[in-house]
Design a protein around this ligand. Structure first.
Ligand SMILES: Nc1ncnc2c1ncn2[C@@H]1O[C@H](COP(=O)(O)OP(=O)(O)OP(=O)(O)O)[C@@H](O)[C@H]1O
Ligand SMILES: [Mg+2]
Length: 255
């Protein structure tokens, strides 16, 4: 499980984010960017954040620490902004907290990561079908001379079809990745090297460890996936099948 903290103060909204994440103080004295469960995009984006963010961490890519954060109902009562109050009222219970990187800058290409890191980041995005790392929305931060990855809520979009159809890992395997739009496309020059280094690390055990970090209550069941265990198994099947078949999704193939 992720570490669990309780929110003690809502500080400010981050209005540049589509889901209006908020800066929140935790009872552990930490400051977190909170992705709210009531933010309209639903619980699946929180699952994608944890699965892809924690996969990244296990591949030694820089990702801020993540926690689950309990939002007591009382927090909304002291909030003057109506839009924020609605969001807080819609989000009692377990939300996602991402360690705030104070003083970080949005990625603008002026301090690019080395080609090896750029290639590994693009590899992860291609593998997990993360379409949200473009110049208009880089979802990379520069902090302490390092490039950090944030915002993986758009990845693994296959799960949005689960309520209406049976999970089908082979569909995900065949889904190409449009790398041309990727913010690191020009400097990610060794995708074959990234694949050779990272794919063998995506083992059954590693994927299971990552999926265990997702709280059960975020795993929405369906007719085909009646309990949390089967939902986790479906994610694992998709990821393990895709990593075996880079010919389709890895830009330039896996030469
Ligand atoms: N851990 C963090 N530390 C510092 N700033 C952050 C952090 N996480 C997010 N931010 C800031 O908040 C903005 C919105 O966050 P994020 O991209 O995660 O939200 P979102 O609602 O999913 O956004 P969108 O879908 O519009 O990209 C980021 O672009 C960044 O400026
Ligand atoms: Mg974003």
């Amino acid at each position: 499980m992720l570490e669990h903290v309780t929110a003690i103060r809502y500080v400010t909204p981050l209005r540049e984010g589509g889901s209006m994440p908020g800066v929140v103080e935790g009872n552990d004295l930490g400051t977190y960017v909170v992705k709210f469960r009531g933010a309209g995009q639903g619980l699946k984006v929180l699952v994608a954040e944890v699965v892809v963010g924690e996969l990244a961490r296990r591949l030694d890519l820089p990702v801020p620490r993540m926690v689950t954060i309990e939002l007591p109902r009382a927090i909304a009562r002291y909030e003057a902004d109506e839009e924020v109050q609605d969001l807080l009222n819609a989000s009692p219970g377990t939300n996602l907290g991402v360690d705030l990187l104070p003083g970080s800058l949005g990625y603008d290409g002026s301090r690019p990561p080395a080609p090896e890191l750029a290639s590994r980041i693009l590899w992860l995005d291609a593998f997990t079908a993360n379409v949200d790392r473009t110049w208009s929305n880089p979802n990379l931060l520069t902090w302490h001379r390092q490039t950090w990855l944030i915002d993986h809520g758009a990845a693994l979009y296959f799960h949005h079809s689960w309520p209406s159809r049976a999970p089908d890992p082979q569909r995900f395997v065949r889904q190409p990745f449009m790398a041309d739009e990727h913010v690191l496309r020009a400097i990610a020059t060794d995708l074959a090297g990234a694949h050779a280094a990272l794919a063998p690390r995506i083992t059954t055990d590693l994927v299971a460890d990552v999926l265990d970090l997702v709280p059960d209550e975020w795993l929405e069941t369906t007719d085909h996936l009646p309990d949390a265990r089967s939902v986790r198994a479906a994610y694992a099947d998709h990821l393990l099948a895709r990593v075996e078949t880079p010919q389709v999704w890895l830009p330039g193939g896996a030469r």
